[in-house]
Design a protein around this ligand. Structure first.
Ligand SMILES: [Ca+2]
Ligand SMILES: [Ca+2]
Ligand SMILES: [Ca+2]
Ligand SMILES: [Ca+2]
Length: 556
């Protein structure tokens, strides 16, 4: 028989007094979470009756937890009472139970045996104890129900019946509950921005990180406080490296803020920076450029690929100026929706200007023959076409803005053309009236009797009167006592423009050339680009048969 007591000890029933020969079990347990729960069970063990004893449960309990509890049993009712206390507190992270009971008083009592297991009446563990009245069982599983019973045995090894069973369920594990922590994403700083109207910002870089959330789970958004001023705010990039780009509304100006929001689902981080949109006139610029131009002397080439843009052109009138250093410029006047002749000044000169809408200017320049360059008379070498677009103040504060690009031009000529530019001034060369007197092949500006072509051919100076014998020297050769007319002359090495033709004659009327009449004796290198050629008449010369020899220069 037994009595359960919950919440306090109470007086046992009087029939306990008659169960003199029994020992009685009880336990006191405390849940892990701090609540106190007590239960007392009593069971008679089959030992020799020892009479009634007064036992204070407090004196038997091993835990402080039970010390404040006081047994109110009377001598008669508490005889042989055994308390069994179970508790887990005080032993961190280990499920344990402390059992305590009142001792038997039989003189032949030898000890106790403790039985326990995971099912009622099935005790898989046995511990033989001495005469002590407490036992601590360690290593119990958490949240597991255990069943305990006790026997007493005497000096002859005789063992009593089981006490009544006590049941105890160990509390949940002693691991501290996990603490969920989450830190919001971190957005790197972005400087305050200032931009002019009608412009789109660069892609402003920033980073997003999160110490405890995968970035793939972090959402990032951006928005402007004033969407009328900044209707376009765009995020770019990926992963941790993002960009934000914004564009104000057309012709809008003012100030607002952009807020970038990053959320990991639990926490949200905001980063705000200011955007100031100014109202200044934007400069035009060349959206596309022209490549270098290569033309032959005095011929025409076209500058193509130029495209201009102005963020705030609106309907304003722009001025395009095209200059060539050593050439003339012609703008096409009949391009569809292009500029017209009435809008152009100086067309065909070295400086051409057109005032028109930017769209018309672009339409003209978009044509493959929209902008023609023709090299000036006799010019060879490097030139450039300088193109300037001026928005005339369209549109905004701050006045006119312009942009300029320079297109390299190469004007190619032959070696004689190049020589002319080296020996005559550009002012003379570009003047067609000076062809006969200064720069033409037949001109002899230095008056030395040799025209420019001959001076070029033999390496003389066309601006300096030189001796007759210089560069071309006649002589008489003596070959084994036979005499021949001979000639040495300076020749340009590998000059495809010219033919050097030695000629012989007996009367200075009829001249003969070719290997049947004249033989080349030898060629001697002279200087860079020049060599000296020695030729000799094949017909002997004597007092009876005079011979003449000369050099003729031919430019086919
Ligand atoms: Ca987080
Ligand atoms: Ca502008
Ligand atoms: Ca001359
Ligand atoms: Ca000369």
């Amino acid at each position: 028989m037994h009595v359960d007591v919950v919440g306090g000890w109470q007086k046992l029933p009087t029939f306990r007094a008659k169960a003199e020969r029994g020992i009685y079990l009880g336990w006191q347990a405390r849940s892990y979470w701090g609540g106190v729960r007590k239960r007392v069970r009593h069971h008679r063990l089959g030992l020799t009756p020892t009479g009634r004893e007064k036992r204070d449960v407090n004196s038997l309990a091993m835990s402080k937890i039970v010390k404040h509890r006081k047994c109110h049993c009377t001598v008669g009712s508490c005889a042989s009472l055994v308390a069994l206390a179970l508790l887990c507190s005080g032993i961190q992270n280990v499920n344990a139970v402390i059992l305590a009971w009142n001792s038997n008083v039989e003189t032949n009592l030898a000890g106790y045996k403790l039985y326990y297991g995971g099912a009622s009446g099935t005790y898989t563990n046995t511990t033989t104890l001495g005469l002590g009245t407490t036992s601590t069982i360690l290593g119990l599983f958490s949240s597991t129900t255990y069943y305990f019973a006790l026997t007493a045995y005497d000096s002859q090894g005789q063992e009593s019946d089981f006490s009544s069973e006590v049941v105890y369920t160990t509390p949940l594990g002693t691991n501290p509950p996990p603490v969920i922590t989450n830190t919001g994403p971190v957005i790197s700083a972005i400087a305050n921005q200032t931009i002019n109207k009608n412009l789109t910002s660069s892609a402003i870089p920033f980073t997003v990180s999160d110490p405890d959330t995968l970035l793939s789970l972090v959402t990032v958004q951006a928005s402007a406080a004033d969407t009328t001023l900044l209707p376009t705010v765009t995020l770019g990039g990926s992963g941790a490296n993002l960009t934000v780009t914004f564009a104000p509304a057309l012709e809008a100006s003012g100030s607002t803020t952009i807020t970038i929001t990053a959320s990991d689902g639990l926490n949200t981080t905001n980063l705000t920076f200011s955007v100031t949109v100014t109202a200044s006139n934007n400069a035009p610029f060349f959206r596309t450029l022209a490549g270098p131009l290569a033309v032959n002397k005095e011929s025409t080439g076209f500058v193509t690929g130029l495209g201009m843009y102005d963020p705030d052109a609106n309907t304003g009138t722009f001025t395009l100026t095209v200059r060539a250093g050593f050439g003339s410029i012609v703008l096409l006047t009949n391009a569809t929706s292009g500029v017209t002749s009435s809008q152009i000044t100086g067309n065909g000169s070295g400086t051409v200007q057109v005032t028109a809408r930017l769209g018309a200017i672009n339409n003209t320049l978009a044509r493959t023959n929209g902008l023609a360059f023709t090299g000036n008379l006799n010019f060879v070498g490097s030139d450039s076409v300088t193109v300037t677009i001026n928005d005339n103040g369209n549109t905004g504060s701050g006045g006119a803005m312009s942009a300029t690009t320079v297109v390299p031009v190469t004007v190619a000529g032959n070696s004689l053309d190049t020589w002319r530019t080296q020996v005559f001034s550009y002012a003379d060369l570009s003047d067609p009236t000076k062809q006969a007197t200064v720069w033409g092949d037949k001109a002899d500006p230095d008056g030395d009797g040799r025209d420019n072509l001959f001076e070029y051919a033999v390496g003389l100076d066309p601006n300096k009167s030189e001796l007759n014998q210089q560069a071309v020297l006649p002589s008489i050769a003596d070959v084994s006592g036979v005499k021949y007319s001979a000639l040495s002359f300076v020749r340009r090495v590998n000059e495809p423009l010219l033919q050097y033709v030695p000629e012989v004659s007996l009367d200075k009327v009829t001249w003969s050339s070719g290997t049947s009449f004249v033989q080349q004796v030898r060629v001697v290198p002279l200087s860079t680009g020049f060599e000296t050629v020695y030729v000799q008449d094949l017909t002997p010369v004597s007092a009876q048969t005079p011979r003449f020899i000369r050099l003729r220069i031919i430019k086919p």
